[in-house]
Design a protein around this ligand. Structure first.
Ligand code: ADP
Ligand code: MG
Length: 400
């Protein structure tokens, strides 16, 4: 893969950088600026070498047309604070205004263009639609740097088509993310423990499949665990359940046994009377979930305290840990204990600990942990999962 070192002379050169500045916003306030911070090293590298830096990114899911709630303007402001220098912003991605702003850019200066997804071409299904938009983008620069790790698994104009039109290379964030993910796939130190949670089993099937032959243990929590518990004959009340995945879960349990991999499931569950912060809760054994006052209306919204301890012990004794998916509905404090205990255990691993997934990364920060307490927090949830599933990623293939 081509990297920054492979690029021609940068001084005075217009460099388009595809970042992933897709941060969570509350109105105009950024609630987690992790992705903006992760973009800084590449931008500094280019600034220091006198490039004219043009930053492009998406934010949220606008539907191919301008939508003020998804404007990148507040993000450009935050980027300026982090870079310690003024950062320009133009309320257009391509067009006359964008071209003028780019032509006025000096060496070592930075300009952020408006949200890529305000243009239908960015995510167009037809190749021609994407290629046309990529061509318009390419006219704004001389060189392209791909650094939006969170989107490299997407076949989109700024990720897949644009790099074909300009001399292009991967940025420092993509290099750093891949270095860690390679350590997880090429001869990871054992014991290797994977912790999976989150809402849906169907999202994580690919990783389970690919990782089973490579790991020592898989710990399962979160909403997906109830499909596993059901597969084993337990009643799970009104908890999340994907009936069509029961057979698949049984298949994984059998395959794990065959391979000598331990699948660790919670022994106790925090059952709630309803989905809400004011719910009544009761802790029960995973096999007696319907024997609470809530009966079959009860919802499992977190792993219980014994399970949290069991998971934490398993994590602490590992040399390599990958974690994706919260153990419970951590957004409500009542159901955050499992996620907190797992996060804490990851900070105590003597080896490599990696957190992947948008909600998982948000959870550890919301629960008060610092990024540097973990070996690595990936900026790309879907991208890191697809990498671990062994899939080829369009945005990386074009940089080879
Ligand atoms: P990530 O973004 O890290 O990959 P997911 O998107 O898979 O994680 O899952 C995150 C969501 O899973 C969170 O919003 C959390 O509230 C939800 N979740 C976790 N456990 C449960 C549960 N027991 N029931 C319902 N939702 C759950
Ligand atoms: Mg998510």
């Amino acid at each position: 893969m081509r990297t920054l070192k492979d690029l021609p002379e940068l001084s005075g050169t217009r460099v388009i950088v595809r970042c992933d500045l897709n941060v969570p916003l509350d109105g105009k306030t950024i609630t987690d600026d992790g992705r903006v911070r992760a973009s800084v090293p590449t931008l500094m590298y280019l600034i220091e070498r006198g490039a004219k830096v043009i930053v492009i990114s998406h934010l949220g899911r606008p539907e191919g047309a301008p939508d003020p709630q998804y404007s990148l303007e507040p993000v450009a402001k935050r980027l300026g604070e982090l870079l310690g220098k003024p950062v320009g912003f133009v309320e257009e991605t391509v067009g006359a205004k964008a071209s003028r702003a780019v032509s006025e850019l000096g060496s070592g200066e930075v300009l952020v263009l408006e949200n890529l997804r305000f243009n239908p071409g960015e995510t167009a299904k037809d190749d021609a639609g994407r290629e046309e938009f990529a061509k318009d983008l390419s006219e704004l620069g001389d060189v392209f740097v791909s650094d939006g790790f969170g989107v490299v698994h997407r076949k989109q104009a700024s990720v897949y088509d644009l790099p074909k039109l300009l001399p292009s290379a991967a940025g420092l964030l993509i290099e750093a993310e891949l270095k860690v993910l390679e350590r997880l796939t090429d001869s990871p130190e054992k014991p290797y423990v994977v912790v999976l949670g989150g809402s849906k089993v169907s999202d994580k099937l690919g990783v389970i499949d690919h990782l089973l032959p490579r790991v020592n243990k898989i710990l399962v929590g979160g909403g997906m665990v109830f499909t596993f518990l059901t597969a084993l004959g337990n009643k799970v009340g009104s908890s999340l359940l994907e009936k069509d995945q029961i057979e698949t879960c049984l298949g994984y349990l059998a395959k794990a046994k065959e391979l000598g991999v331990e699948i660790v499931l919670p022994t106790d569950i925090v059952v709630a009377s309803k989905f809400g912060a004011d719910a009544e809760v009761q802790i029960t054994s995973a096999s007696t979930m319907e024997e609470t006052p809530f009966g079959d209306k009860g919802l499992g919204l977190d792993i219980g305290p014994d399970s949290a301890k069991l998971f934490a012990d398993n994590i602490r004794s590992a040399k390599t840990v990958f974690w994706n998916g919260p153990m419970g509905v951590f957004e409500m404090d009542k159901f955050a204990n499992g996620t907190r205990e797992v996060a804490k255990a990851l900070t105590e691993v003597h080896g490599l600990s990696v957190v992947g997934g948008g909600d998982s990364a948000a959870a550890v920060r919301q629960l008060g942990f610092e990024d540097n307490q973990f070996g690595h927090i990936s900026t790309g949830g879907g991208a890191s999962l697809e990498y671990l599933e062994g899939k080829t990623m369009p945005g990386l293939e074009v940089l080879k």
